[in-house]
Design a protein around this ligand. Sequence first.
Ligand SMILES: Nc1ncnc2c1ncn2[C@@H]1O[C@H](COP(=O)(O)OP(=O)(O)O)[C@@H](O)[C@H]1O
Ligand SMILES: [Mg+2]
Length: 217
Amino acid sequence: MERFIQMARQLNREIMIESRNPFDPVCPVNIPFPWRILGCGNYAAVFYHPDYPSYVVKIYGRDERGLLEEKKVYERLGEHPGYSVCYYTEKRFLILKRIEGITLYDCVHKGVKIPESVIRDIDEALYYAEKRGLFPNDVHGKNVMISKGKGIIVDVSDFYKKVPCRMWKDLRKAYFKVYKPVFYRFPIRIPYFVLNMIRVGYRYYRKLKLSIKKGNK
Ligand SMILES: Nc1ncnc2c1ncn2[C@@H]1O[C@H](COP(=O)(O)OP(=O)(O)O)[C@@H](O)[C@H]1O
Ligand SMILES: [Mg+2]
């Protein structure tokens, strides 16, 4: 582990992470060899090293305050099969357990079937988090992975925000109303630009609903 921490430090020093727009994922400009990227989110980019396949390094590109919260959330969660594990943190990066698998977002993109049991796994993991006094937040297709057939939440950075989040409820509804009857039976690949349109469309839909709600008060 000590050796890996040193390597993660060096990666952190060498890497440049760009954030163009607060609503789009951050993006690394350079990836030092032999690190590989696993994904980007709104705050951070996640990498692994081929010699240490069971760890990942999550490096924050913006809003590093979130990192401390994420660390605290992992402490609160303890070990649970529905989550990763945080082994180590520094100012700008965390070392987490690597989850080998595919995000729900990529399942839809690649036409990989998402079984109902995965949705139930996530429900259970969220219930567990609530019991531990956390507020599940920002649980969407890129933050949930299927690993060995089980659903795992890989991003808990917003579980400290005391605001209700409808995302998982909406996603769940979409799963049972649209995905299960249509895409599960006829798996087709959905291009990224269509998924991106759904993502942006969803943001506007929620904003609109919120403003209608406020208007009604
Ligand atoms: N522990 C992990 N193991 C494997 N892949 C991961 C892990 N954590 C994150 N990822 C991948 O990296 C992406 C970005 O990580 P995430 O934690 O969601 O960042 P952000 O907080 O910026 O949204 C995820 O969508 C997922 O594809
Ligand atoms: Mg994320």
